[in-house]
Design a protein around this ligand. Structure first.
Ligand SMILES: Cc1ncc(COP(=O)(O)O)c(C=O)c1O
Length: 412
């Protein structure tokens, strides 16, 4: 093979400079989405010394037991590649807990793939099941990764609106007719996120049954992001759509360590799926990342063995934080939607008279000292979210109290 040296005379036979400069070195796909606004807001929080209520990561410690398990695994030299689709100890723990929590029958040898966070699990799943031109239904507002995920996998997103309650305390809902008309013979899958980011909605049994009926009628898959499974309030119950009749062989259930165990930096997540889909997801995952961090998979297995009381305390701690932030937002003049799950509060900012969510979020981070996420980043058409801003409350009560003080300046 011969290679031209960039400095050699061989360059004289290259096309003219004008022709040469017209070739884009950036892919058409990468050009179709922007950087994450959520992660950008974290950088701005650092720049302005603001309290970061933008990105969903806790600022309090992870459970001591699981940190010790991670340290022990490293000390025991679990430091090389794990099995591509996940350490056996972790897959066994995932299967065991899926049975206990959601009554799912999961074979750890054929139904589980461990990936680098649920982020990789989602894109690996989409790459494993979609062909160019396939349609994927997404409820909006949506967690911003789903947009680029569909673009990267070549699928065509179709958005169905979740509508806010008239009063702050009601439920976000969708119009069943609008959902039905989004399904068609090209529909490959629907992405569900319950409990939901950013709305805090927890899909009910009857909503899931309606979605199930459409999936069966149109032979579509449900890809469900259940990363906030254990963060529920006011008696809300989490239901995996995979456990409904008819969904066992058409569901990919995604979950992970990040939120339940306050370790967003560990990057361990997983998919539970029927064997043929698991086979495809495992292949894609292998060539994307080979595997998730080996010692942290051992720690994840230990985490999944924490007693039931851990989850009770987790949800209770978040309920207190939710109430704290909700009250502060209302006092500061926001219309806020009280979430029933996950750890975000979506707000309506119309009362403040700003021209857009972007302008408002800029003011918040620079002048008020609190970072939040502009609502537009959760919608395909930015205009739809231009009157909304999302706050995260996965922070210590002291941090939330300080944020409350700062937000009061908005009222003056
Ligand atoms: C709905 C949802 N899915 C996935 C993630 C990311 O999860 P992971 O850290 O497992 O990649 C987040 C993080 O905020 C999220 O809100």
């Amino acid at each position: 093979m011969t290679r031209k040296n960039p400095g050699s005379a061989a360059h004289s036979d290259l096309p003219t400079a004008a022709a040469r400069s017209r070739k884009s070195h950036v892919s058409e796909k990468a050009g179709r989405f922007t950087e994450s606004v959520i992660r950008e807001m974290t950088r701005q929080a650092q720049q302005y010394g603001a309290i970061n209520l933008a990105q969903g990561f806790p600022n309090f410690p992870a459970p001591a037991e699981i940190k010790q398990a991670a340290q022990a695994a490293i000390a025991a030299d679990v430091n090389q590649y794990a099995i591509t689709w996940g350490a056996k100890s972790l897959r066994d723990a995932i299967a065991r807990q899926a049975k206990i929590w959601q009554h799912l029958e999961v074979n750890p040898e054929t139904n589980v793939t461990v990936c680098c966070g649920s982020t990789e699990t989602m894109i690996a799943s989409l790459l494993a099941v979609t062909n160019p031109g396939d349609e994927v239904i997404i409820f909006e507002p949506f967690y911003e990764n789903y947009g680029p995920d569909t673009i990267l996998s070549g699928a065509q997103p179709r958005f169905v609106k979740l509508r806010p309650p008239a009063e702050g305390t009601g439920e976000w809902t969708f119009d069943p007719q609008e959902l039905r008309s989004a399904f068609n013979p090209h529909t490959k899958a629907i992405i569900l996120n319950t409990p939901n980011n950013p709305t805090g909605k927890v899909f009910t049994q009857s909503e899931l049954e309606l979605i199930r009926d459409l999936c069966v009628e149109f032979d579509a898959l449900a890809i469900t992001d259940e990363i906030y499974e254990h963060i529920l309030y006011d008696g809300a119950k989490h239901i995996s759509i995979a456990r409904l009749d008819g969904m066992g062989d058409r569901s990919i259930t995604i979950n992970g360590m990040s939120k339940t165990y306050s370790v967003t930096g560990w990057r361990v997540g997983w998919a539970i799926a029927p064997a043929p889909l698991t086979h495809a997801i495992r292949k894609v995952h292998d060539f994307l990342t080979v595997g998730a961090p080996a010692p942290l998979q051992e720690a994840a297995a230990a985490a999944l063995s924490l007693p039931e009381n851990y989850y009770v305390q987790l949800a209770d701690g978040y309920r207190r934080r939710r109430d704290l932030l909700y009250e502060s937002l209302v006092t500061a003049g926001f219309s806020a939607y009280r979430p029933r799950g996950a750890y975000y509060i979506m707000t309506d900012i119309r009362g403040f008279g700003f021209s857009s969510d972007i302008e408002f979020a800029k003011h918040l981070v620079k002048d008020i000292g609190v970072a939040a996420v502009p609502g537009s980043s959760f919608y395909a058409d930015p205009q739809s979210g231009s009157r909304q801003v999302r706050f995260a409350f996965c922070k210590t009560e002291a941090t939330l109290a300080e944020a409350a003080q700062r937000l009061l300046r908005l009222a003056h």
